[in-house]
Design a protein around this ligand. Sequence first.
Ligand code: TRP
Length: 378
Amino acid sequence: MEKDEESFQVTPWKVEGKVDFDRLVELFGTSRIDPPLLARLSKLLGGDLPPALRRGIYYSHRDLPWVLDEYTKGNPFFLYTGRGPSGDVHLGHLLPFELCSFIQQRLGVDLWVQITDDERFLFKRELTLQDTHRLGLENLYDLLAPGFDPRRVHVLFDTRSIRALYPIALEVARRVTFSTARAVFGFSPENNIGSIFYTALQSAPAFLPSRKEGRPIPCLIPCGIDQDPHFRITRDVADPLGYPKPALLHNLLIPGLQGTGKMSSSSDAREGAIYLNDGPKDVQRKLSHAFTGGRATVAEQRKLGAVPEICSIWALWRTQFAEKDAEFDEITRTCRSGELLCGECKGRLIPRVQKFLEQHQERREQVKSWVESTIVEA
Ligand code: TRP
């Protein structure tokens, strides 16, 4: 295919080009989250929703109304999300965990977290298993910092929890042909055979609680839309294996600080994202240099206004740094009109992000005392 301005590609391992998230909903065949569905969610979750839900960062789903129906009928779901540990955690990686924290605080449901040290070992030649294992633990401290009930968190650390996962992964693997895996993920003969099998492991946690309890337990997976291909496979095999299809809630990917694409990928330099272990000076430097939707000159910007939709700074305001809608709307309006210039806007955001990271880093320390007790050692 010709590469042009408009072409883009999204797989779990590669996000390239300028992603059109609306088009992705069509390509993947998911459903949009619309205002009536949001209203229903807000009623079930007891009022005000977090900014990421209110502002369309969670924008797509599969079968969300069904898990809500089941919940109302007295059959609560569990949450499942995960992370492939290939480096430090940045603000974008935290999104699903922040949503899980919110849902768990409101509904008291269980959270299952998968740490795929095996996946990263298979897909990243430069990492040893010791590396991915160490990163997995370090990452967990960050990912659980948003606030969880330790008694309701179950961590599946792939190489350590394999005995719990393997029987289900096998059931899945027997039902997925090579041609399906190739069609879904674009594998070629050069891919190692471990990476072809891997998707079976990512399916397993969605079925594990049902298998343990011996009855169908609904599963809700908050994740980046790039993970959807795995769960199409999970959903396809669910019925024949006698498990309920997991429901999904997709967030769009936060743009990188240096322009298009998602907020860094592990191959990018650290300047493309705000990492959770960044210090105040890093935040100052990265955000001052960040790509915006501004114009070439002040005069032009005053006249034409800027473009929030392409701006990496606006994307951060949108996630949570402008907590109140009134403030977020004011930033958006004055950006578009040319009243708010990029320097001023960045100057306002920097201390917010610095404060957030300072608080995050304190919470992260507290998590360390209980993480080990949540890891499933079958
Ligand atoms: N493959 C994911 C990643 O690279 C990790 C992961 C495993 C995951 N299970 C998941 C992500 C469930 C979201 C939901 O980060």
